[in-house]
Design a protein around this ligand. Structure first.
Ligand code: SF4
Ligand code: SF4
Length: 112
């Protein structure tokens, strides 16, 4: 009995569309409001540090003196708190993910 059930499942799988996407061969499409990665427009940033103080995971580091804004993508949980509090509205959420990291590294943006 179970042999026939298994054969039926195999035949059904052979002739149906795959349940998964062929990523990375087929580019992924993201829903409009999906949460991806934080982006910054450094031209508008005043390096006030409010975003870093409100970040629940300490993913952000801001240096006013060095005019430096830094994000640790492995710490960021894409909560959006930094976007909400930024007085200059220079942070945004891209709906695509940042590239996978193979080593622990930080992205630094500087206006120095
Ligand atoms: S809150 Fe906005 S303006 Fe202030 S440091 Fe962060 S990104 Fe820059
Ligand atoms: S989205 Fe949340 S966790 Fe990520 S940097 Fe902003 S405040 Fe921090």
């Amino acid at each position: 009995m179970s042999f026939f059930v298994m054969t039926k499942t195999i035949l059904k799988s052979l002739f149906s569309k795959p349940a998964t996407e062929a990523y990375p061969f087929k580019p992924r499409t993201y829903p409009k409001y999906s949460r991806g990665s934080i982006a910054i427009n450094t031209a508008d940033c005043i390096f006030c540090g409010i975003c870093a103080r409100k970040c629940p995971t300490q993913a952000l580091k801001v240096s006013r003196d060095a005019k430096n804004w830094e994000i640790d993508r492995l710490r960021c949980i894409a909560c959006g708190a930094c976007i909400t509090v930024c007085p200059k509205k220079c942070l945004s959420m891209k709906n695509t993910y940042s590239a996978a990291l193979t080593i622990k590294q930080k992205e630094t943006f500087s206006n120095a």
